[in-house]
Design a protein around this ligand. Structure first.
Ligand code: GLN
Length: 273
């Protein structure tokens, strides 16, 4: 089988961009190679890998888990089924965080529920001088995050534990989080590859709840871990902006706001002490 034939075979079953990317990963060929030399034969082991991936992709497994990596904010992060796959909308959280830090020389930052580490690592790399910590309850996720920090050269201190539990006595200038916020009964959990992602990264698992249980816990404990004037910023679902601002205000925070993502959907809320 040639590159051109392999691509045509895959396109009958999966999205054409996914087909091309999987063929590139399986063969080591570039996009340019596929276009310029479609007659190149695909050797046995590469074809076997490709054909297995196409079958699994057609059954709904996310491409990032098949190839073990994905891009976020211009950097390649390794992922495994222990971590949520990075979503482009999480860039809003990082951009807002950088804005809130502007002018501080060596702010202390913590990322709660770091997963693959994208938020903590992006901030450490993009805000030189920041002292960045990151927490996750999942040892599997922390292994992925540590590996990403090492590969990308980011200095991040990792803690295993439940939200603020491993941070007793520590205070920060900025607390950021992309917590689980999808309501337990949300039908989206059964769509778009989400069944392959870790439940504990997607939903608070509160039966009959609104998905806000983790956000509630973070907001409730944040003040005792912030320095005066410090900011709390977190990602949330499209319909959780107002509830998030109310939680922040009720907990004594000032100037609660909500910011949309690039699709115009409410995505990040925050406030300061
Ligand atoms: N934005 C993700 C989704 O809708 C959920 C991420 C999260 O729960 N933190 O699939």
């Amino acid at each position: 089988m040639t590159l051109g034939e392999a691509l045509a075979f895959a396109r009958q079953q999966i999205d054409r961009l996914d087909a091309r990317l999987l063929l590139q990963y399986a063969t080591g060929c570039s996009h340019a190679d596929l276009l310029a030399r479609p007659e190149t034969p695909v050797v046995g082991p590469a074809f076997d890998q490709f054909s297995e991936w196409v079958t699994r992709r057609a059954a709904g497994e996310p491409l990032a888990y098949l190839v073990g990596e994905t891009e976020f904010r211009g950097r390649v992060f390794q992922v495994s089924p222990d971590v949520l796959i990075p979503r482009p909308e999480t860039e809003v959280l990082i951009d807002l965080a950088r804005g809130k830090l502007a002018g501080q020389k060596s702010p202390a930052i913590v990322d709660l529920g770091t997963g693959s580490g994208i938020v903590a690592i992006s901030l450490a790399l993009e805000y030189p001088g920041a002292i960045v910590s990151a927490v996750d309850l999942s040892p599997g996720a922390l292994a992925v995050a540590r590996n990403n920090a090492g590969r990308l050269g980011a200095g991040v201190v990792f803690f295993v534990g439940d939200w603020f539990t491993p941070l007793a006595g520590q205070r920060f200038d900025l607390i950021v989080s992309n917590p689980p916020y999808v309501a337990e009964g949300d039908p989206h959990l059964e769509l778009n590859g989400l069944p392959h992602e870790p439940r504990m990264a997607l939903t608070d698992q509160e039966a009959g709840g609104t998905g806000l249980a983790c956000i509630r816990r973070i907001v409730a404990d944040a003040a005792t871990h912030l320095r005066p004037g410090g900011w709390l910023l977190f990602e949330h679902g499209y319909d959780q902006g107002e509830a998030s601002r109310n939680l922040l205000t009720a907990a004594g925070f000032k100037n609660a706001f909500t910011h949309p993502d690039l699709a115009g959907i409410d995505r990040v809320s925050g406030a300061h002490l």
